[in-house]
Design a binder for this molecule. Structure first.
Ligand code: A2P
Length: 279
């Protein structure tokens, strides 16, 4: 009998749950997006998040390195071959100080266990769906805006994005442009793009066509006047919220004042909230 005497080739050390980086784009000195390969077995619902990260430095005492993992919304839709993420860069952030240096061909760690409440399953059917975001809170909506179900289930989608500066809106603005050019989504969106998707970007610390916090613009009624629509009504309007903590708290109060109630996967209602992830 033939015996294979060859010793197995030593394996190059690879990360647990490693995925390869396929694309990186820096939008501002504080923001970047990247794409990685998608594990063949990974199924998720548009709007969910996963834990991703990198190996930390080797601990001098133990001689071992531990992964540094953070929750990140998947910015790509459930049908995409790859996974996209949109991240802030925090100079002394344990993960993002390293993650911001990734290059095409590098590996990141991705735990394939998607979870989250910014999903269609967690809200009751309605006519108009609002996505309220600040900063990197746009990420889950980058997924949901490319999800066909969004347009099948709702007559209209309003996406609001509030950032400090104009440059921070660019990822979202580009995404809306890409959707306009997408042939498959175009069929669902129909001939009147701006009626089906209303994009409402605002800035708070740099001059732009629409300035102010979205919460203030809602209280004053300016948003509804600008869009030419009725104020939020619990019979027809549904909301998904993702932003910084203070924003989430404020907009929750606002939505409750319109009569909307917070839902969950196990108990769908009129709106859902999740915190935008920061390092
Ligand atoms: P502002 O510049 O007035 O603080 P950050 O980069 O700090 O996460 O903020 C992102 C955006 O969210 C900023 O435009 C910021 O406005 C806005 N923001 C912060 N807190 C609130 C809040 N409570 N309600 C509405 N918008 C907020």
């Amino acid at each position: 009998t033939a015996v294979n005497t060859e010793a197995p080739a030593p394996k190059a050390p690879t990360l647990p749950d490693a995925q390869k980086v396929t694309f990186v784009k820096h939008w501002t000195d504080r923001l970047f997006s990247f794409r990685v390969s998608r594990p063949a077995s990974l199924r998720f619902r548009s709007g969910e998040f996963v834990m991703i990260g990198l190996m930390g430095d080797v601990n001098e005492k133990t001689g071992k390195a531990k992964p540094i993992l953070r929750a990140y919304s998947i910015a790509s839709p459930s049908w995409d071959e790859e996974l996209e993420f949109y991240s802030i860069k925090v100079p002394d952030g344990p993960l993002t100080s390293k993650l911001q240096n990734i290059q095409v061909g590098d590996e990141i760690i991705l735990r394939p266990k998607p979870v989250g409440t910014l999903v269609h399953d967690a809200i009751l059917p309605g006519k108009r769906l609002w996505f309220f975001s600040t900063g990197t809170g746009f990420a889950p909506f980058a997924s949901l805006l490319r999800e066909p179900q969004t347009y099948e289930d709702y007559d209209e989608v309003v996406i609001t994005h509030t950032c400090r500066q104009v440059g921070e809106l660019e990822y979202g603005r580009q995404l809306i442009e890409d959707i306009k050019q997408d042939e498959l989504l175009a069929e669902l969106i129909g001939p009147d793009f701006h009626k089906k998707i209303r994009y409402y970007p605002t800035t708070t610390r740099e001059e732009s066509p629409k300035m102010g916090r979205i919460t203030d613009l809602m209280r004053s009624g300016e948003v509804f006047a600008d869009l030419g629509i009725e104020p939020i009504n619990p019979e027809t309007d549904r909301g998904m919220v993702c932003g910084n903590l203070a924003f989430n708290v404020e907009i929750k109060e606002l939505l409750e004042s319109y009569g909307l109630e917070e839902g969950a996967n196990s108990d769908p209602k009129q709106y859902v909230v999740e915190k935008a992830f920061v390092d």
